[in-house]
Design a protein around this ligand. Sequence first.
Ligand code: GUN
Length: 295
Amino acid sequence: MPATIINGAAVAKTIRQEIAAEVAAIKERHGLIPGLATILVGEDPASQSYVAAKNKTAHALGIHSEQMTLPATTSEEDLLRLVEQCNRNPAIHGILVQLPLPRHIDEPKVLFAIDPAKDVDGFHPVNAGKMMLGQRCFLPCTPNGILELLQRTGVETSGAEVVVVGRSNIVGKPIANLMLQKRPGGNATVTICHTRTRDMAAHTRRADILIVAAGVARMIKADQIKQGAVVIDVGVNRVGQSATGKAVLAGDVDFDDVLDKASAITPVPGGVGPMTITMLMQNTLQAAKQAAGLM
Ligand code: GUN
């Protein structure tokens, strides 16, 4: 039997409706409008399209959103100054600096400059540290979206063998950490594979839940997964262009190859991607409520 397709777009839509209703309610009751600043440095086409999608979604949900676009030659000092302005702006509750930044800018320094109370990406060391300790904080959007998808699809994580492919700060490390935690949606036995892993297939074949965030198009084939595995594909790789000039996307998993072996799988596009943006909106709403003392 082919795998169940985990429809991230549909789950995201449901959560967005919940967020939009709450945004409308706090506006009505408290005159509070959540505000998000998105900062884009340079002209990377993928980053441009991600930031545009984030702003579009924010507007659709009634969240005030300001996109700040800076040239690739922007100095670190100017970027830090802009972050500082956003930190001080009471109409802005969430700040997102799109990564990656140009090479001449010290990325950790910029992330550290964001007020942790406005760090809706969950990348500030304070939030990353709190997450690791299981304390309340802003969770990074893609890992949080994966947790939400697993939970809403009814996937049992307790005691499950979870294998994560990829060790990035944005996805691999945090999702491994979250699935390890002693709480619902966690309690898994977690393995992280990376470019130096000796026999990757030996690990991935043991996974009840396989999460792939490696950035290599279609790298996971059917012979690398276990029969009945739940496969979460975080990859977004541009593998070509359609006749109309739109980017053709492929995940890190060879979808067609594993479809008959997995029990459930997220498609690309329409799987994890829409959840990432939705969790950003949820964090922005949370930031606004916290700033206003509503939670
Ligand atoms: N680049 C790739 N993913 C992300 C993300 O979730 N947030 C930011 N700020 N940059 C990214």
